[in-house]
Design a protein around this ligand. Structure first.
Ligand code: AGP
Length: 651
């Protein structure tokens, strides 16, 4: 994960970098840092452990904060080395003349570091990233660095837990030669030479004190986007960080190295061969990524779900037909089985997809955890459609599973919210969620967006295979069109959901149970509660409780049950009796009008009655609100929960 930004132009870079980092903080928030190259030719770094607000306070307190029209910045999600100020990015070479920010993992960092140490390099941090800056230093200067150069001094100061590094030197190029007009392209060549020694994943931006107005950016398995302006260029991990400045973006591909200068950008591969990359114009609005009066993005995004759902369905329900032209890129007649691959919340959407695909399309479906599949030996081939579900489209495990599937000749279909994300570029076809940007780290509207797309897909495959006739498509289309209103009604039940959450927020553990379509919902409800409230929770198929977990139950552990109408409703009621007999407190989500269930439960949260396949939309919404209010009651950081990140771009 981690968010990175870069700027070259005529304007003061610091506010642009800080604004970009604020929009990327969802990617990581263990520490943050910036480096700026001033018009006086001096490079200055400021970094700080903790959230971006702490770096901002440090900068505000400085008499002379770093300034200049060239700079880069980083917000970190720690992988190697704890989230301290010293491990915060940017990292620098011995002389403080090169600085670099990185997102990803350098897998061969240990042998590289040993080799660099043996050649006289000194390491200040515990990160994998630091090897990159030393490798580039060797390739650029053509020598092993000393701790102080022959033509200047390095000044490192420590200010509380904030570190500043400044170096004061004249301009000098590789091996002490003066910088010529070809300096920037030689610098890009040095970065390429360094990167050819590296294994693993990276998106990085590097700058040299020798080259004002120049950045080099590179990408391999971690996202990186260039923002193209007039006389200024930007780099960022994600598009929202660019939108205040430009809508013209260029998506780098794996293996690309970009030379970014005020006048424009040049992209090559690692061997230096020019690469043609088309610029795109982003049509969605930066305002869509603002909080708009809500206390938290998560709460806003829960409320956005009815509208987002209408956006997902727009143009895809054509009268009584399902319209998914993207599927034309796949040979669906050749498909004999399906493997849905995902992580976390997206995995639970995949479990629900399986139930619909099996029911409507009569195809065997397997659901695989991406981090497990990638190291397994799955039976996949041209007859297996691999559906990759990922809101970010950048999840490292899911991307690796996609590479494995492709290597085995399986066609891949991406289901994602992120236009142009890595997963879409490697997929044979992509279905977009069209729910707009989701800024809260936990998935809410992207989950229901995934469900909507997967529902359409299952019905369309069923129709093509002759198992889901026109009348059934028409029924489903009618029910889907009514779904946004049902979700609005579910959200209107917030006062009772909030009261339940506030009453139970002091419990140390909870169970979430359901059967059939409500089993994945129970898993998602437990994950949501864990993620934002830090209350321990387990999701279980209700029929499995008696095979072990029931031993845990006592009056201190509430059980939250999804008991909406389904063929297994009576079986579920028996399970609730069993729970009740152990003295556990019951919160039940039930269909409107189910007054009988109240005899078993302390609290009943009513939702509109829907067809079984669509119940997860409203039941998951109730679970989201429950987790949200429990987290707020406990004073948690709802939008940026500890230890999490929006895109998990490392394994
Ligand atoms: C969702 O609330 C989680 N933060 C997480 O489980 C997420 O769903 C998972 O990391 C997969 O992300 P993706 O959809 O971007 O691939």
């Amino acid at each position: 994960m981690c968010g990175i930004v870069g700027y070259v132009g005529e304007r003061e870079a610091l506010p642009i970098l800080m604004d970009g980092l604020a929009r990327l903080e969802y990617r990581g928030y263990d520490s943050a840092g910036v480096a700026l190259l001033g018009s006086d030719g001096r490079l200055r770094v400021a970094k700080q452990e903790g959230k971006l607000a702490r770096l901002r306070a440090q900068l505000d307190a400085r008499a002379e904060p770093p300034s200049g029209p060239t700079g880069l910045g980083h917000t970190r999600w720690a992988t190697h080395g704890p989230p301290t100020t010293i491990n915060a990015h940017p990292h620098h070479d011995e002389d403080g003349r090169l600085v670099l920010v990185h997102n990803g993992i350098i897998e061969n960092y240990a042998p590289l570091r040993e080799a660099l140490r043996a050649r006289g390099h000194r390491f200040d941090t515990e990160t994998d990233t630091e090897v990159l800056v030393h490798l580039i230093e060797e390739a650029w200067y053509g020598r092993v660095a000393t701790t102080a150069g022959a033509d200047g001094t390095t000044d490192r100061t420590t200010d509380g837990d904030a570190t500043s590094v400044t170096a004061d030197r004249g301009l000098r190029g590789p091996a002490g030669s003066p910088i010529g007009a070809d300096g920037p392209s030689r610098f890009a060549a040095a970065v390429r030479a360094a990167l050819r020694q590296v294994e693993g994943a990276y998106a990085l931006v590097v700058m040299s004190e020798d080259l004002p107005g120049t950045l080099v950016a590179a990408r391999h398995f971690s996202p990186l986007v260039l923002g193209l302006g007039e006389g200024e260029q930007l780099v960022a991990s994600d598009i929202p960080a660019l939108l205040s400045h430009t809508r013209r973006v260029l998506l780098l591909e794996d293996g690309d190295v970009a030379l970014v200068e005020r006048a424009g950008v040049t992209v090559t591969d690692l061997a230096g061969q020019p690469q043609a990359r088309e610029a795109l114009t982003v049509t969605w609005d930066a305002a869509a990524a603002e909080k708009g009066g809500y206390a938290h993005f998560v709460r806003k995004e829960i409320d956005e779900q009815p509208g987002a759902l209408a956006d997902t369905l727009r143009g895809r329900l054509d009268g009584d037909r399902i319209h998914l032209p993207e599927l034309a890129a796949l040979d669906l007649d050749a498909i004999r089985r399906i493997c849905v691959v995902a992580c976390g919340t997206s995995l639970y959407a995949g479990m629900l997809a399986r139930l619909m695909l099996e029911r409507w399309a009569r195809l065997p479906v397997e659901v695989a955890i991406a981090s497990e599949l990638r190291y397994g030996d799955p039976v996949l081939g041209p007859e297996s459609l691999v559906i990759l579900v990922s809101q970010s489209g950048e999840t490292a495990d899911t991307l690796a599973a996609q590479r494995l599937a492709r290597a085995k000749g399986a066609p891949t279909l991406a289901v994602t919210n992120s236009v142009g994300s890595s997963i879409t570029r490697a997929a044979d076809a992509t279905l977009y969620l069209q729910v707009g940007p989701e800024i809260g780290v936990v998935a809410t509207k992207t989950f229901t967006g995934q469900l909507a797309v997967l529902t359409l897909l299952a019905a369309e495959l069923g129709r093509r295979r002759g198992h889901f006739d026109a009348a059934r498509v028409a029924d489903l289309a009618r029910d889907l069109r009514a779904l946004p209103e049902a979700m609005t009604l579910a959200i209107a039940g917030e006062p009772a959901i909030r009261a339940a959450a506030e009453a139970l927020a002091d419990r140390r553990s909870m169970f979430f149970i359901g059967r059939g379509f409500n089993h994945p919902v129970a898993l998602e409800a437990a994950l949501k509660l864990k993620e934002i409230s830090y209350i321990h929770a387990e999701g279980y198929p209700a029929g499995e409780l008696k095979h072990g977990p029931i031993a845990m139950l006592d009056p201190s552990i509430p059980v939250f049950a999804f008991a909406t109408p389904a063929p297994t409703y009576d079986k579920l009621v028996s399970n609730l009796e069993e729970v009740r007999a152990r003295g556990a407190e019951l919160v039940v989500v039930a269909g409107a009008g189910d007054t009988d269930i109240a005899r078993l439960a302390e609290r009943v949260l009513y939702v509109p009655v829907l067809r079984e396949e669509l119940e997860p939309f409203v039941n998951a919404t109730v679970a989201q609100l429950f987790a949200y209010h429990a987290a707020v009651a406990l004073g948690r950081d709802v939008d940026q929960p500890r230890n999490l990140a929006k895109s998990v771009t490392v394994e």
